[in-house]
Design a protein around this ligand. Sequence first.
Ligand SMILES: NC(=O)c1ccc[n+]([C@@H]2O[C@H](COP(=O)([O-])OP(=O)(O)OC[C@H]3O[C@@H](n4cnc5c(N)ncnc54)[C@H](O)[C@@H]3O)[C@@H](O)[C@H]2O)c1
Length: 253
Amino acid sequence: MGEELLLNKKILVMGVANKRSIAWGCAKTMEEQGATIIYTYQNERMKKSIQKLVPNEKYLIECDVSSDENIKNAFAEVEKRFGKVDGIVHAIAYANREELQGDIMNTSREGYEMAQDISAYSLIAVAKYGKDILNNPASIVTLTYMGSTRAIPNYNVMGVAKAALESSMRYLARDMGKFGVRVNAISAGAMKTLAVTGVADHSSLLKESERRTVDHHSVTLEEIGGVCAFLMSDLSKGIVGDVIYVDKGVHLI
Ligand SMILES: NC(=O)c1ccc[n+]([C@@H]2O[C@H](COP(=O)([O-])OP(=O)(O)OC[C@H]3O[C@@H](n4cnc5c(N)ncnc54)[C@H](O)[C@@H]3O)[C@@H](O)[C@H]2O)c1
């Protein structure tokens, strides 16, 4: 009792690379709340890594979001194996290492496009094809960071992509409403994941973020997972098109 916020719900989680992934924190908490979790992974290399966490192949489906074809096929496979699902967690971002340092003026056209494509456009593509495999009602949650609205050292092109992601999220929330799909974002505090190690001097970023929390303890995967479970649940039916900060107050200070 009390542990079944997501009983009978099937949630597709995109973006688990390893046990430190925010997507993994979300998956674990949602599973504890009764959900069945289906995972997509980027490529063969990621498959090896995720298999250590999810040994049952049935729950693993390949999906590289840089290709529409790939997303379409992956979602068709999800439906074939599990039928319609009740939610999608989009926890995917990428920028070239060279773009995540120094001055924003050094951003190349190609690097900019890459960051936008994988980190922002992919949410639109996921919603577009996801619509066909989502129940009514359903919920989509994406992961963002306050570098979208603040100039964070070295975060640069990814901050620009997060601004686009948050805006895409709002427009999607408007247009997916007629299908009974809510769309929201979690703005997570900085945590040490594979993605963050691409940002130059990320150890300073992590240290400074921890220092700026209200109690000097960085947010945990469980804390982010809890909010993700809430946003997937019927308890949050009234929340549409919003960015929920889960950063222990860093954005306040
Ligand atoms: N770590 C942080 O401090 C932090 C803070 C706020 C928001 N976020 C966001 O959380 C999300 C998850 O990142 P994370 O920090 O857990 O790192 P992570 O490295 O564990 O996850 C990133 C995931 O993106 C996937 N990915 C990259 N390119 C892809 C592609 N072309 N197709 C499919 N998948 C692809 C990777 O395989 C990986 O699983 C990202 O959107 C990130 O920007 C992270």
